[in-house]
Design a protein around this ligand. Structure first.
Ligand SMILES: Cc1cc2nc3c(=O)[nH]c(=O)nc-3n(C[C@H](O)[C@H](O)[C@H](O)COP(=O)(O)O)c2cc1C
Length: 374
């Protein structure tokens, strides 16, 4: 099975390994994977590298490769019925049904077989979906009838502007909390090691948090405590299923993706961090102001960097930093205790053996590629 996390099978890769020469020479003359295999064979493979490098798991794409979607598609109609009006993006796999659980077991077993760990990210895109993806062409749902800025894939090669969403009834918000609880339960059945709530990048949690996207007048809108209520209720629900030490929350204080704005970003996310502190979660996963979604930003608002939120985090909760990181910046952030771990998105997606590249090449390859010569 193809998976995003690949550990070299030394036995499969030995054929091109030279019997002499320095590591550096070897790397120049052979593929990186073989170089890593050679180092592993010599006992010099830097295992510790894996401890600091988090796979920013783009599970959706690897799920397709990993055949989770076989089950997903087999059960597609049933899934649509079950989740009624709550599909996210085109072809995103879910964890709504037992059939999907069986599919995910393929992934979790494979990852565990490689001595890896895997959390499942649970999300709801809210207004960033499209009626073309919803049963009966119904509108996607959101806190308020305010459209996101951007477009959704509705079919291969076809994008459409986000529509004006249908505002959720108060009772429906509670139903979505219940869906997250069920997702967390099924994640456990599927053998995941934990779950991450996707409260970043302009999706439903952030739509509730944002005073530009949330104009509600019920208990989920208005003041900050009300706007954060949905995230806190879902965290409580998920914490009734998993120990807090197996739950993470992803946050993006500087996010503009999806047309998100906030009148007081630092105040909003300081409050969220303080509220989440009482759960003693495994980690808070911050997206840095260097990116919006998966795109680099030209302007950098340093005051919203994760390091400014770190002093607010209490207990054993760790801080993961993601977004625009490379080997050098990530190493510096960890060495200076600004972050406990670094997550890499695009670099990891395009280089499944990224830790090996970091370890073997000391970053020179990546610096050359990115033009970052510092
Ligand atoms: C193809 C692609 C898919 C992504 N999917 C997700 C996702 O499902 N959940 C998420 O939290 N972030 C997702 N991201 C954002 C990344 O997690 C990450 O925050 C972003 O790429 C910035 O980090 P980077 O500079 O290391 O790439 C995705 C990014 C890309 C490029």
């Amino acid at each position: 099975m193809e998976l995003g996390v690949q550990v070299p099978r030394v036995s499969d890769l030995m054929t091109n390994i030279p019997t002499s020469g320095t590591t550096v020479r070897f790397i120049r003359e052979n593929s990186l994977t073989n170089a890593a295999a050679a180092i592993a064979e010599n006992g010099a493979y830097p295992e510790a590298t894996w401890d600091l490098v988090e796979m920013d798991a783009n599970v959706r794409k690897y799920a397709v490769l990993g055949r989770v979607t076989d089950e997903f598609f087999q059960d597609y109609d049933a899934t649509r019925d079950y989740i009624n009006n709550r599909l996210a993006y085109y072809h995103t796999p879910g964890i709504h049904t037992e059939a999907q659980v069986e599919g995910w077991k393929l992934v979790t077993r494979a990852v565990h077989g490689l001595n890896g760990r895997i959390f499942l990210q649970l999300w709801h895109v809210g207004r960033q979906s499209h009626n073309d993806l919803q049963p009966g062409g119904a509108l996607p749902v959101a806190p308020s009838a305010i459209a996101g800025v951007g477009q959704s894939y509705v079919a291969p090669g076809v994008v459409k502007d986000y529509p004006v969403p249908r505002p959720l009834e108060t009772s429906e918000v509670g139903e979505i909390v219940g869906e997250f609880r069920r997702g967390a339960e099924l994640a456990k059945h599927a053998g995941f090691d934990g779950v991450e709530l996707h409260a970043a990048n302009g999706y439903l949690f952030e739509q509730f948090l944002s005073d530009s996207a949330n104009h509600r007048t019920d208990k989920y809108g208005g003041g900050l405590a009300n706007r954060a209520r949905f995230l806190i209720e879902v965290t409580e629900a998920v914490a009734s299923v998993w120990p807090a030490s197996r739950i993470g929350v992803r946050l993006s204080p500087a996010n503009t993706y999806g047309g998100i704005t906030h009148s007081d970003r630092f105040g909003t996310y300081s409050y969220v961090v303080r509220e989440l502190n009482r759960f003693g979660l495994a980690y808070l996963h911050f997206v840095e102001p260097l990116v919006a979604g998966n795109m680099d930003l030209k302007q950098f608002e340093d005051s919203l960097s994760s390091r400014h939120f770190k002093p607010l985090i209490t207990g054993d909760t760790k801080l993961i930093s993601a977004g625009g990181q490379n080997l050098r910046t990530g190493s510096v952030a960890v060495a200076s205790s600004e972050a406990d771990a670094i997550a890499y998105g695009r670099l990891f997606i395009s280089n499944p053996n990224l830790p090996l590249r970091f370890a073997v090449w000391g970053g020179s390859y990546l610096r050359r590629r990115s033009g970052d010569v510092n």
